[in-house]
Ligand binder design. Structure first.
Ligand SMILES: Nc1ncnc2c1ncn2[C@@H]1O[C@H](COP(=O)(O)OP(=O)(O)O)[C@@H](O)[C@H]1O
Ligand SMILES: [Mg+2]
Length: 345
């Protein structure tokens, strides 16, 4: 199979940690042709979407060690039409520029895109959890989104919690997540101004109830095709509210509780129907904070803590899904042929 990975930069990969690298390595070990593609190298040549891609060269024996594989990888660059790929795996930090999705629109019937373009459009920021419809907050924290300062101020005043979280709607890696303390109200107006007026236009911000127990860490769950395949706990550093690894959080082994599994079972089918095949769900207790759909990490931590190789499951899924997509196309082409034959008789 021809498998393309749309990533930000191969040179910046940390071979000890990267989830993407583990999936790339597994594909190469299975003798698939692997290509690395950068968003800035997407190109249209005479109305057909191409990319200047870097093809992984399979000259010598491939090392079983991901780190050695990374160090030894050499590439050959070429201009390739993107419909030549069986699968394109988007592994780029959010938010995704909608132009990238436009580039891929023309190939989506032939090529498996993970995650599906329509799914990425829907889930490109933290508004996606509103589509889970949980009016009684059984699994979503009380959350408000607005760019209206007066309204947000009112929400904070009315809240019964003495601690709330303020964060940008389109953030990632814990950037800009802060705690608002009701007993320090003097800061709130200035913070709201700062967050709302970050850019040339006003930006949306989230005000969310602080979830009790967050000090013990949050849980990153990796879900493949709507089913949890692994999880680990991220514990925030001292004097830090954010558990993200980028913000100094540390990884610990974690076994999901029955209640957490129940919540994940509820959202799994919707993720699949939205084409969100490989996602990272962030949870505190039974509450879902966000669904990471662009470049969720966690494979290497879960592998290390549980002595597993989750990348095998991911590549099994890619192979099965590509196969099923091909079969469906053959079936459709046959049906269309039969239909036109019947019309002509
Ligand atoms: N409502 C909340 N209550 C307690 N901690 C929170 C809350 N929201 C975020 N955090 C902390 O901040 C981290 C980052 O928040 P998250 O919503 O996942 O945004 P990001 O996209 O930046 O990862 C979480 O992993 C958690 O540790
Ligand atoms: Mg998060």
């Amino acid at each position: 199979m021809n498998i393309g990975f749309l990533i930000t930069n191969w040179e910046e990969i940390d071979p000890n940690k990267s989830s993407t690298l583990r999936v790339v390595h597994e594909c190469v070990l299975r003798k698939h042709k692997v290509f690395i593609l950068y968003p800035q190298n997407l190109t249209v040549r005479n109305n057909i979407v191409h990319g200047f891609v870097k093809e992984v060269q399979l000259n010598e024996k491939i090392s079983d060690s991901t780190i050695t594989f990374y160090k030894k990888t050499i590439f050959k660059e070429k201009l390739t039409p993107l419909h030549a790929f069986d699968c394109i795996f988007i592994r780029k930090d959010p938010p995704i520029d909608s132009l990238i999705l436009n580039f891929l629109d023309s190939i989506k019937s032939e090529t498996l895109i993970i995650n599906d373009i329509e799914g990425l459009r829907k889930a490109n920021n933290k508004l996606y959890t509103t589509t889970f419809h949980d009016p009684n907050n059984t699994f979503l924290p009380i959350t408000h989104v607005s760019k209206n300062k007066g309204y947000l101020q009112k929400v904070i005043d009315e809240s019964k919690s003495d601690k709330m979280i303020l964060k940008p709607l389109d953030g990632s890696g814990g950037r800009g997540v802060i705690v608002l303390e009701k007993n320090a109200p003097n800061n709130i107006s200035s913070l709201l101004d700062f967050y709302i007026n970050r850019g040339s236009e006003k930006t949306y911000v989230i005000i969310q109830d602080y979830i009790e127990g967050a000090e013990q860490g949050d849980i990153r769950v990796l879900m493949l095709n709507g089913v949890s395949i692994g999880a680990y706990r991220r514990v925030p550093a001292k004097n830090e509210v954010r558990a993200n690894i980028h913000a100094g959080g540390t990884a610990q082994k974690y076994v999901l509780t029955e209640k957490q599994k129940h919540v994940l079972k509820k959202i799994g089918p919707k993720l699949v129907s939205d084409g969100l095949y490989f996602v990272g769900v962030d949870m505190i207790g039974e509450k879902i904070l966000e669904i990471n759909v662009c470049n969720p990490g966690g494979i290497s931590n879960i592998n290390r803590l549980n002595k597993v190789k989750l990348q095998k499951k991911v590549v099994d899924f890619i192979e099965e899904k590509v196969h099923a997509k091909k079969e469906k196309r053959v079936e459709m082409e046959y049906l269309l042929k039969r239909l036109s034959e019947l019309r002509n008789t």
